[in-house]
Design a protein around this ligand. Sequence first.
Ligand code: 3HC
Ligand code: NAI
Length: 705
Amino acid sequence: MGTAPLASAVTTALHGAILVVTIDNPPVNALGQAVRQGLAAAMQQAEADAAVSAVLLVGQGKAFIAGADIREFGQPPVPPSLPEVCAAIENCSKPVIAAIHGAALGGGLEVAMSAHYRLALPAASLGLPEVLLGLLPGSGGTQRAPRLMGVKPATELMLSGKPMNAKAALAAGLVDRLAEGTDPVAAGLAYANELLAQKAPVRRTRDIVIANPEEALAALEALKAETAKKSRGLFSPLKIIECVQAAVQQPFDAALAFERAQFVACVASPQRAGLVHAFFAEREVAKVPEAKLAAPRPFSSIAIIGGGTMGAGITVSALDAGFAVTMIERDAESIARGQKNVEKVYDGLIAKGRMTADAKAAIMARYTPSTSYDDIAQVDLVIEAVFEDLEVKKAVFRELDRVCKPGAVLATNTSYLDIEAIADATSRPQDVIGLHFFSPANIMKLLEIVVPSKVSADVVATAFELAKKLKKVPVRAGVCDGFIGNRILAVYKQAADYLMEDGASPYEIDAAVRSFGYPMGPFQVTDLAGGDIGWATRKRRAATRNPAARYVEIADRICERGWFGQKTGRGFYLYPEGARVGQPDPEVLAIVDAERQKKGVTPRSFTEEEILRRYMAAMVNEGAKVVEEGIALRPLDVDVTFMSGYGFPRHRGGPMKWADMQGLPKILADIESFAKEDPLFWEPAPLLVRLVKEGKGFDSLNKAE
Ligand code: 3HC
Ligand code: NAI
């Protein structure tokens, strides 16, 4: 038995007649150049060495192979290419076995599918997630998966991007055998020896003939129609289907070449750039200075103060993550309502057949309702979600200060209020932090972690740890009115209001924003959330509003009529008989007209492109201010906030990435031209001006971290 290092990323060792090829490229064995080179050399060695009768591919560490190295996309390719490596594996004259004990994703599964036999251990996770990065499996995945699994299931796997576990992979035909344990070498050697004893032949996936081509093509046509509707403007899903069509209709090598060409087109697309940025940005957001300075405080029990919309949603989120949760409300009636709000979520799942009554009972066993703060004296972490009123919140925090054990983390879910003032209501501001969840809190991924000046680093680290446990996407934000998300939202919402007063209808604005890739436009969102919420904020801010700033009153006129959106049956749209999709309302258009007349505005028309240019420029400009002031650590924090909490289309990578892809000079030129109409609103962010002068993009600040 000898070990020969080929490249440090791949080692080989001969176990009897079996060459064990180990991929060792932490953290996830991505297929960077060194791994590809190492695999190619290992296959040459296997072919050349007469002592080798079979080859076993395994991954070192947690993963088998998590796919191509995503960091290499967009850079000049360095040989050998992954298709070449896959061909070398598949064409090996000796049986090649892949033993999969962890992630075999994307290119990793393509390597495994090029092997002649596949074995999965219990923790294996197999999938083709390329679509989530704006790509398609580009190393034979679109050709080999349909041969192993069948055309329709393989296409569905590639379109969803979701991984499957070992058992599902066996049932789907992706693997040949399951084994127990966690050691791929031991399990793989046992399987390989068995195959050798049986004189099992080399079996090339490419030689499998796709059955019933007519039926397969019909299934693909149906998937194509469905996908065109569902994937709204996405580039790679339809390309995946075209590649599978080629697999059915063309000889293997021709279809493989077709796949490669489509893959290259996907790599070059701005959607790939946006989605890969999203992938890394979502991992970078957790890298904050406090997490490097301090370890999180241990926590296992959580109290939620307030059982309304947010309190109940946060309770569900914490229960789902396995925590013991105590909910505190004002009185018996309110706590009964709070519990009902929580149970409603689980009852909904039961009604849809997605949960059993027993599972609900097991979860609710960890839930304790109470009206006494004394019951939370020993909890580790408290999240307050009472009315948005500073005095009410201060009173709650004084109570928490009185009862909670030393070291308990005290968090507020306030949307806008001054967290410094809330912290100062206690004798322990070092323990007070903002945890801004989004509604519905059990579903929305974003969690803004708002860091006031006196909070200690370990409390910030605890908040990030909580986010991980709740499976949220955390973004660190500084204290200001609206933090990152709501502050920027207020500005681009204003741009939408100006567009409406100047001549675009709310329906045209919503349609333009949808065409960009948002699921809804701003006026639809207002109707969904309830117009009264924004109205209350506007009234609160009226006293401090700059009298010189332009103020559009149309939304106020609508709220004065009691039209708060979906919940009242009308808002900017009409919702007859509880409809969820609104219809344009001629009366709203009349209100808009009347307001224009009152202000002496002669309406002009705006194209979809003109609407978007203003809407996006307002968003990017305020985003730049938020970064410059340190409210967001980096531009990528703004990007993640908007992708995870505000419906910003992921394939565009977030507003700051989108701005970089447009070119910052173009955005600044737009802002400067709009500023001729309203210099106060369209004042360019100094950071934007500086970056343009220096010829840099926002991305230069992401890398500085
Ligand atoms: N390339 C480069 N880096 C990768 C990577 C990849 N394919 N996958 C993960 N990483 C990095 C992450 O950025 C992270 O780096 P960091 O520590 O510096 O932030 C580190 O590996 C660990 O990743 P996670 O934090 O995500 O670790 P988890 O344990 O939570 O998840 C995972 C592991 C399930 C493998 C997850 O990382 C994942 O889903 N990775 C992406 C898999 C993927 O999309 N593969 C397809 C690539 S495209 C392809 O293969 C094209 C081919 O068809 C030609
Ligand atoms: P809500 O009105 O639905 O619920 C508030 C609950 O707090 C009520 O059940 C009330 O009985 C309870 N409460 C009031 N005073 C209390 C006290 N002293 N002790 C215990 N319970 C008390 O309000 P919602 O929408 O849940 O908002 C709560 C907080 O979350 C607010 O600060 C709000 O700004 C914030 N928020 C709201 C979002 C939303 O979309 N609704 C999104 C993000 C944050």
